[in-house]
Design a protein around this ligand. Structure first.
Ligand code: SF4
Ligand code: SF4
Ligand code: FES
Length: 292
């Protein structure tokens, strides 16, 4: 349903006099909003899942906000409006919503959250597409990662997984190594799409095999094994990487549901990577003793 009000300032005036501390820029913006000629103001309706701290499940709640629509706004810019004037639709002043965002161009992965039930980056989630007719936009944190607060989660497990699979190339910096092995154009083209992972967590959030009772490492780290094992220098530690995926929680735990590839914002061929790495681990399991 399209949400319009004759003047958003009315709602703000109706709120309790105790205002949040505003800095000079915020005050100017608020004055500018209040000085706008009365008339229909399109509003964006947000429904936000909140929780004050990981150890305070009793504070889990929904809060709803309406913020002024701006052309081409994304979910982050809508949340920024909430942050400036944190007042719910029923006029209650609340603590600003907490979320994480760094690059604002779908590169860092930090703003990943569930928006209208789909995991994605809030900075590239456009309000015009999510709510063409003023529909409510529902925003929740990812639920496969420990909650920090409100929409912010801790993705540390993904970085620990990168350590487990040695997702780097060792270099001995103590002496001149000269140029590394040459890499063909074909190899570069194969590796480039695999290298675009931003550790956002979408694939883990969507994967049914990632849950409290599973140790499955998930598709992002498996893809990194393929990436680094394809590199001429990275291949020096190929077997160590494969070994890290051969036990419990390794590549064999993938249930092949393919949800991961559906949600990956970088369109990384995760299912292909899983298949390639699974074949390599099987080969190592069967013939590893011969190839040592
Ligand atoms: S294909 Fe494997 S990794 Fe991808 S979502 Fe399914 S179970 Fe998870
Ligand atoms: S593989 Fe794709 S979905 Fe998974 S963490 Fe990397 S960029 Fe995100
Ligand atoms: S802020 Fe970096 S991906 Fe959204």
């Amino acid at each position: 349903m399209a949400e319009t009000e004759t003047n958003i300032a009315k709602a703000e005036k109706a709120a309790p006099a105790k205002a949040v501390a505003l800095d000079k820029a915020d005050r100017e913006e608020q004055q500018e909003r209040e000085a706008r000629p009365a008339g229909p103001t399109k509003l964006v309706h947000l429904r936000v899942r909140r929780q004050d701290a990981p150890d305070k499940p009793e504070t889990k709640r929904w809060e709803e906000f309406k913020v002024p629509y701006l052309p081409n706004m994304n979910v982050i810019s809508a949340l920024q409006q909430v942050q400036k004037f944190p007042r719910t639709v029923d006029g209650k002043e609340v603590v600003p919503v907490v979320w994480e965002a760094v690059c604002l161009e779908e590169v860092c992965g930090s703003c990943t959250m569930n928006i209208n039930g789909r995991v994605r980056q809030a900075c590239s989630a456009l309000v015009d597409l999510l709510s063409p007719n003023g529909e409510t936009i529902t925003i929740e944190p990812m639920n496969k990662f420990p909650l920090v607060r409100d929409l912010m989660v801790d993705r540390q497990r993904m970085f620990e997984d990168l350590k487990k699979v040695k997702a780097w190339i060792d270099l001995d910096g103590t002496h001149e190594l000269g140029p590394g092995p040459r890499e063909s154009q074909e190899q570069q083209q194969e590796r480039y799409p695999l290298s675009r992972c931003m550790t956002c967590g979408c694939c883990l959030e969507a994967c049914p095999q990632i849950n409290d009772s599973s140790k499955f490492i998930g598709p992002a780290a498996i893809n990194q094994v393929r990436l680094f094992n394809l590199h001429p220098s990275g291949a020096m530690h190929k077997n160590a990487r494969l070994d890290s995926l051969m036990g419990e929680g390794g590549v064999a735990d993938c249930g092949k549901a393919q949800n991961c590839v559906e949600v990956c914002p970088k369109e990384i061929p995760l299912v292909d990577s899983i298949a390639v790495v699974a074949r390599a681990t099987t080969k190592r399991l069967l013939f590893g003793w011969l190839l040592k």
